[in-house]
Design a protein around this ligand. Structure first.
Ligand code: FEO
Length: 167
C-alpha cells in the first residue's frame, strides 16, 4: 500500500501522460495539415506511447489498491510556428516530464517507498531516451534550416518510425 500523498502525486502523473498523448496528437494533426506525413507518423506513434505511459501509472495505482482519480485533460496547443518549433516544443515538454518524474522519485525516496522507486526507474531511463530523440531531431532541423530538400529528407526519416509494442 502506498501513501495517499504518493497516490495523489501518481494520479497527477497519469494526467500529465494523458496530456502528453493529447499534445502529440495535436502535433500530428498540425503536421498532417502541413503535408508533413513523416512528422505526423512520428507524433501519432509518440501519442500512442504516451497512452502506454499513462496506463502504466494507472495499473500501478490499481495494483497498490490506491484511489484513482482521473482529472480533466487540458486542451493542447494546436498551432506551431515551424517544423523546428514543433520539435523544440516536444523537447521542452519532455524536459518538463523528466522534472516531474524526478520529483516523484524524490518523494518516493523521502517516504522510503521502495516499490514506487523501482516502478519509477523505468520512467527515469525512458526520459533519457525521450529527450535524446527530441534533441536529435531538433538538431537535424536546425542544420537543414530553410532548405525544403532537407526538410523533405527529415520528413522521410520520421516516416520510418514504427510503433513499439514494448513502450
Ligand atoms: Fe511519457 Fe514522453 O514521456
Amino acid at each position: 500500500m502506498i501513501s495517499k500523498k504518493m497516490a495523489d502525486a501518481l494520479n497527477g502523473q497519469v494526467n500529465k501522460e494523458f496530456y502528453s498523448s493529447y499534445l502529440y496528437l495535436s502535433m500530428a494533426a498540425w503536421s498532417q495539415a502541413k503535408n508533413l506525413k513523416g512528422f505526423a507518423n512520428w507524433f501519432s506513434i509518440q501519442a500512442q506511447e504516451e497512452l502506454g505511459h499513462a496506463l502504466k501509472f494507472f495499473k500501478y495505482l490499481e495494483d497498490q489498491g490506491a484511489t484513482i482519480r482521473l482529472q480533466a485533460i487540458d486542451a493542447p496547443t494546436a498551432t506551431f510556428a515551424s517544423p523546428t518549433a514543433v520539435f523544440e516544443a516536444t523537447l521542452k515538454h519532455e524536459q518538463f516530464i523528466t522534472e516531474s518524474i524526478h520529483k516523484l522519485v524524490d518523494q518516493a525516496v523521502a517516504e522510503k517507498d521502495h516499490a514506487t522507486q523501482i516502478m519509477l526507474q523505468w520512467f527515469v531511463t525512458e526520459q533519457v531516451e525521450e529527450e535524446a530523440n527530441a534533441m536529435d531531431i531538433v538538431q537535424k532541423l536546425k542544420l537543414v534550416g530553410d532548405d525544403p530538400r532537407g526538410l523533405f529528407l527529415v520528413d522521410r526519416e520520421l516516416a520510418q518510425r514504427q510503433s513499439s509494442a514494448a513502450e
